[in-house]
Ligand binder design. Structure first.
Ligand code: SIN
Ligand code: MN
Length: 266
C-alpha cells in the first residue's frame, strides 16, 4: 500500500494520517480472536492497570503470538512507514493496548519520541507509530487525541510521571498542552475496527479513561529507521527492542492465510 503525494503532504503538515477500514472485518477477526488468550497470560510483557486486573498493554505480542507476528510485518503497515521514513525500518516497540470497558485508564499528554530519546537514546525523531483499531473507536471508549502540527516543535520539556497510571511516562505540563492546543486544536479520529492511524513520534497525544461499556483495543507498531536505532538498553528488551534487522513485509493476505491454515487443521 503506497501513500499518495497528497497523503504524504498531509502527514508532513498535520503529523498524522487517518486511514479508515484498511483491514477487513475478517482480518480484524483473526487478530481480535487472539486477544483474550494474550490478555489472560501472566507474563511480564502483559502490563495491567493499577487495579492489577484490566490489561493496559501487552508488549511484544508479535514475539509470542502468530497472528500478531504477522501484523508486525504486514505490508499495509510497514510499507507506508518505509515510505515516510525513506528507507528500511526496524520494530522499536510493539504493543496491544487494552483500554478495557469501564477500567481502561488514561494516557497522559506526551510525545513518544520524548521517551525514546530520553530513555533509549534514539538519536533522531526518525520513527513513527502505526496503529490499527481492533475495536470500533468512538467518542465514548477513550479515543486517541492528537494535537495536529505539534510534531513541528521538537521535544518539549516533560516530567517523568510514575504515579498517575501503572505505566511510567514522560508527560507534558498543562501550560505546554494549552499553548499547543490553542495553535493546532485537538482531534480524536474515530472509526470502525480495521481503521489505521499513522502518527509522527513527536506528535503530542493522549487518551482519556474508558468508562463506557465498550472496550477499545488498538495495536501499535513503533517503527524506526534502521540507521536511527536506539543507543541505550536501559528498558527491558520487550519494551524497547534491540533487534535492528530491517523488517521484511509478508504477503498482503497473510492474516487471511492464517485463518485458512487454521480451518484446514481443524
Ligand atoms: C500511547 O500513547 O502509547 C497509547 C495511547 C492509547 O492507546 O490510548
Ligand atoms: Mn504514545
Amino acid at each position: 500500500m503506497r501513500l499518495s503525494e497528497r497523503q504524504l503532504a498531509e502527514f508532513e503538515v498535520e503529523g498524522y494520517l487517518f486511514l479508515p477500514e484498511v483491514f477487513s472485518p475478517a482480518e480484524v477477526g483473526v487478530l481480535v480472536g487472539e486477544v483474550p488468550g494474550i490478555f489472560a497470560q501472566e507474563r511480564e510483557e502483559v502490563w495491567r492497570e493499577k487495579d492489577g486486573k484490566a490489561v493496559r498493554t501487552a508488549f511484544a505480542a508479535h514475539t509470542y503470538n502468530e497472528a500478531f507476528r504477522r501484523l508486525g510485518r504486514h505490508p499495509r503497515l510497514v510499507e507506508p512507514v518505509r515510505q515516510l521514513l525513506d528507507g528500511p525500518v526496524y520494530m522499536h516497540q510493539f504493543k496491544v493496548n487494552g483500554k478495557e470497558a469501564f477500567d481502561g485508564d488514561v494516557w497522559q499528554w506526551h510525545q513518544d519520541y520524548g521517551t525514546w530519546s530520553r530513555d533509549d537514546l534514539m538519536p533522531e525523531a526518525r520513527a513513527m507509530n502505526v496503529a490499527v483499531f481492533l475495536d470500533p473507536v468512538t467518542a465514548f471508549n477513550g479515543a486517541l487525541m492528537f494535537i495536529p502540527r505539534s510534531h513541528k516543535g521538537g521535544v518539549f520539556e516533560a516530567g517523568h510521571d510514575q504515579l498517575t497510571t501503572s505505566y511510567p511516562l514522560w508527560t507534558l505540563d498543562k501550560a505546554t498542552v494549552t499553548r499547543l492546543a490553542e495553535q493546532g486544536g485537538i482531534v480524536a479520529p474515530t472509526g470502525p475496527a480495521g481503521s489505521m492511524l499513522v502518527f509522527h513520534c513527536n506528535l503530542v497525544h493522549a487518551s482519556p479513561g474508558n468508562i463506557s461499556p465498550w472496550r477499545r483495543t488498538i495495536a501499535y507498531l513503533s517503527l524506526c529507521h534502521v540507521d536511527n536505532h536506539i543507543r541505550r538498553f536501559k528498558r527491558p528488551e520487550w519494551i524497547a527492542h534491540r533487534d535492528f534487522t530491517p523488517l521484511e513485509s509478508l504477503a498482503d493476505d497473510c492474516l487471511l492465510e492464517l485463518a485458512r491454515e487454521a480451518a484446514v487443521a481443524e
